[in-house]
Design a protein around this ligand. Structure first.
Ligand code: GLN
Length: 547
């Protein structure tokens, strides 16, 4: 049976619980342990698939086609875990399960209540991810202690310790220790209040992670420990760092690995091997090269909306010993002011995934600029669809569009492939019953066969790959011949050749566009081949000037 580490947060949101949980996972893996991570989200949405990226940030997609919280992306980037439907539960999903059972009569006349029915369902969910193949399960509770919504989750994890034995459970709590400049001091009171709140629910934290903008002196640690009923060595400083990939190293230097050994009775474990993380951190902090990449999209400025993408670009930089500067360009601004104003000094252009008509023409203009000026271009999902539209319009002289933007387009080079439903399950009804909103999306991992000698084939160094999808529209095969005759190369398709997954251009330094989302599978210790290739080409074709 695995040991459990529950991670809660206090004082304010956005302190980085996901990073703290993931970095702890990396540290435990570096000691040879097998780790899984799970997120419990207190909101009522059954999954974040229906939430706006403006509201909630990126929707992260798992291999098995689940739309999940972006923290699962951190889990996969920091550790070897492959997340699935069991790694993210929301209040909505928990209640949905309980209400389905109630309607089915499973509770045999019981009055169905938060305790024990909801809390039991939460405990079942926790156990669903923490299978016997893992030594440690790290469970992150979304929100901040004191929120009304998170109470059932906190009650469930409180009970959990009695179910599986005290020695098998550890509670970690992340708080803020602000520096008040007028007083010239770090203040521990918010942390004390947050721990008090947690203890009122019946949870005494075993470890405190204290976010601060500077080091915590031994005195401050002692004070926090005294007021929060802890040993001073259980107060771990989580000081701001240049890159999140340094956090496992910081935790180690704060003695977290020894503390976890002691608290979870993980005896006789070796010292963590952190050389790969040291290498990652040093490549980010002392790069030899530099490249500026323009991301032409809709949610610019909202970096969480493209979390995996920005991380994958950093990983592409790690693979090339390069710093990657991101230039966020609003495609509607391009429509208003032209491409030259925004893109004349960038080394690479990327159009990421997206939905809806707004800003589409600006994206197409940016792609035309990349193609004509021979600037490395990387298109992802919508960025592939718009690349196909651009090529069809300006090279093949078609009146091309996607039916997502114009249902009566004369040349629907991107369209809704009704047949696709049969493709996956062999049965339209069965597929649409799966889920009501998501039923029309191609979600999760699909195999893709690469064509020999193409850029994609060289980058991956493989015949067949598997990548994750999240889209409704597809390349229209009726236009394949005319596009290919004019120079478009289809470098990746589904194994039966039906679905076009990657296109590229030959007479160009680097122009690759894929229907899937490669960013979901990139890691700092294993940068994704397409991001690696894109950044490599951007450095080679460098146009930007740096001091
Ligand atoms: N809107 C497009 C589609 O649904 C692209 C989606 C995406 O980029 N994730 O097919």
């Amino acid at each position: 049976m695995p040991k459990y580490i529950f991670v809660t947060g206090g004082v304010v949101s956005a302190l980085g619980k996901g990073i703290a949980a993931s970095a702890m996972g990396a540290l435990l893996e570096a000691k040879g342990l097998r780790v899984t991570l799970q997120k419990l989200d207190p909101y009522i949405n059954v999954d974040p698939g229906t939430l706006s990226p403006f509201e909630h940030g990126e929707v992260y997609v798992t291999d098995d086609g689940c739309e999940t919280d972006l923290d699962l992306g951190h889990y996969e980037r920091f550790t070897h875990v492959r997340t699935s439907v069991f790694n993210n539960f929301t209040t909505g999903k928990i209640y949905n399960n309980v209400i389905t059972k109630e309607r089915r009569g499973d509770y045999l006349g019981d009055t169905v209540q938060v305790v024990p029915h909801i809390t039991d369902e939460i405990k079942k969910a926790i156990k669903a991810a923490a299978t016997e193949e893992y030594d440690v399960a790290i469970v992150e509770i979304g929100g901040t202690v004191g929120d009304i919504e998170s109470l059932p989750f906190l009650e469930a994890i409180r009970q959990f310790r009695y179910d599986v034995g005290r020695e098998n459970v550890l509670y970690a709590h992340l708080t803020l220790v602000p520096y008040i400049s007028a007083a010239g001091e770090l203040k521990s009171k918010p942390t004390q209040h947050s721990v008090k709140e947690l203890r009122a629910i019946g949870i005494q934290p075993d470890v405190l992670f204290c976010r601060a903008d500077r080091a915590l002196s031994a005195d401050v640690k002692r004070k926090i420990a005294l007021h929060c009923n802890l040993d001073p060595d259980a107060v771990i400083a989580a000081v701001d760092v240049e890159t999140v990939y340094e956090v496992p190293l910081c935790f180690k230097s704060e003695g977290l690995d020894k503390l976890l050994d002691k608290k979870l009775s993980l005896d006789h474990l070796p010292e963590p091997k952190l050389s790969t993380w040291e290498e990652v951190a040093s490549r980010i902090k002392e790069p030899k090269f530099e490249a500026t990449i323009a991301i032409v999209g809709k949610y610019v400025g909202l970096k969480d909306a493209y979390k995996s993408l920005t991380e994958a670009l950093i990983h592409g930089g790690i693979a090339n010993n390069a710093r990657v500067n991101l230039l966020w360009v609003d495609s509607e601004e391009i429509e208003a002011k032209g491409t030259e104003n925004f893109l004349s000094e960038v080394d690479g252009i990327l159009v990421p995934g997206g939905f809806g008509t707004r800003g589409i023409e600006g994206k197409i203009a940016a792609i035309r600029y990349a193609r004509e000026k021979k600037i490395p271009y990387f298109g992802i999902c919508l960025g592939m669809q718009t690349a196909v539209i651009e090529f069809s319009r300006n090279i093949c002289k078609l009146s091309a569009n996607s039916t997502e933007f114009n249902t009566s387009a004369k040349d629907p080079v991107i369209y809704l492939m009704e047949k696709w439903y049969n493709h996956r399950t062999g049965n339209i009804e069965e597929r649409t019953q799966d889920s009501q909103m998501g039923g029309t999306m191609r979600l999760g991992a699909y195999p893709c066969v690469l064509r020999h000698g193409t850029r994609a084939h060289k980058a991956y160094g493989a015949e067949e790959i598997s990548e994750r999808h999240r889209h409704r529209y597809e390349f229209n095969n009726a236009y394949k011949d005319v596009l290919c005759e004019n120079g478009l190369v289809v470098s990746g398709t589904s194994p039966d050749g039906e679905l076009v997954e990657i296109v590229e251009l030959i007479d160009h330094p680097w122009f690759v566009a894929c229907q899937f989302h490669p960013e979901f599978k990139s890691k700092p210790i294993e940068p994704h081949p397409l991001f690696k290739g894109f950044i490599e080409a951007s450095i080679k074709e460098k146009r930007s000037l740096f001091p």
